[in-house]
Design a protein around this ligand. Sequence first.
Ligand SMILES: *Cc1c(COP(=O)(O)O)cnc(C)c1O
Length: 399
Amino acid sequence: MTFKPANHIQDLQYFGEFGGVNPSISDSSTYTFLSAKTMFDTFEGNADGCYLYTRHSSPSNLYLGEALAAMEGTETANVTASGMGAITAVLLQLCGNNDHIVSSRTIYGGTYAFLKNFTPRFNIKTSFVDITNLAAVEASITKNTKVLYCEAVSNPLLEVADIKSLAALAKKHNLKLVVDNTFSPLSISPAILGVDVVIHSLTKFINGSSDTVGGVVCGTQEFINDLRNVNTGAAMLLGATMDSLRAASILKNLRTLHIRMQQHSKNALYLAEKFQAIGLKTVYPGLSSHPSHQAYKNMMNEDYGFGGLLTVDAGSAEKANALMELMQHKNLGYLAVSLGFYKTLFSAPSSSTSSEIPVDEQKEMGLTDGLIRFSIGLDSDIERSFETMKACMMEVGIL
Ligand SMILES: *Cc1c(COP(=O)(O)O)cnc(C)c1O
């Protein structure tokens, strides 16, 4: 695969006022017009390059959106106040009364809760399926299905979607394929593989400093225009708009994403191999023992590795909790949800980020009580981190 997403970000050139090397931040919610006619035209979407009101668009948000579109290889993008702000707007834009969604059953807890508990209010129904079972995916498509939804690498089980095959299926049945690529930025380029709409929570790897929430929708100009339409656009009318100051700070962090992802992936692969070798039940897409290792390899942009997330099964909730508390005590990382930080973060999804999923469904999908999700940090001495983790595991009786 020859797509070079980091180059596309690097090659953008925006100057600020006064020749600044960073684009100026637009610190205004509303914009003046020299003529009333131009204001009217802007409202109607017929005055390119004019700004009206920041919920519609702002220069800072457009700069960030264009950089993310360049990264994903889509025509354009729309940034939002959070990842959920992107996901909810896209699904409500694409679906209405009586429509049906086929979704992977292993998805972010908030997305799961939205589809399970909230969208039924609009008479939108969702079937949750094993996304790695293409026959099951196809069998659950009905005449009302509008959207096929999944994560490129799923939270928290790290299942890998076969995006090319899903894109072919979506095309065959005239569905929109929507993929959340939060776990695998740069590593997987879903739009290049045939996906219609790519979503990220910018909160995680892309911003990388755990200081803000943010989201983005990457897609065609036509779809992004629909989302922003003043009369019918879900992004516009639901109002999850990113603040311009945040957009500017996320854009600056985005420029080092390629270096960070390489280090996250290198460290995660090192630990996954070591954990597996000492007999821990370890899941990481970069291990040949992962059921979708080859599928991931076939679609990845090789430079960025298999990502920073891995899971280890500690055997029970008690052992998982004891280990996480001890690891935090030894300053190996933080007992915290979220991911993509410079420090390693760990949590037990069953009782935290996936607690929206009922216990029996957790069991069915293989989400155990003792499962620990690690977001591996940027440690420059990962060998030392491993040795200390191993000592913690022995102390709590996992090894
Ligand atoms: C965190 C996360 C989200 C939600 O993003 P927010 O920025 O918290 O709204 C969605 N999908 C995945 C895979 C996530 O990890």
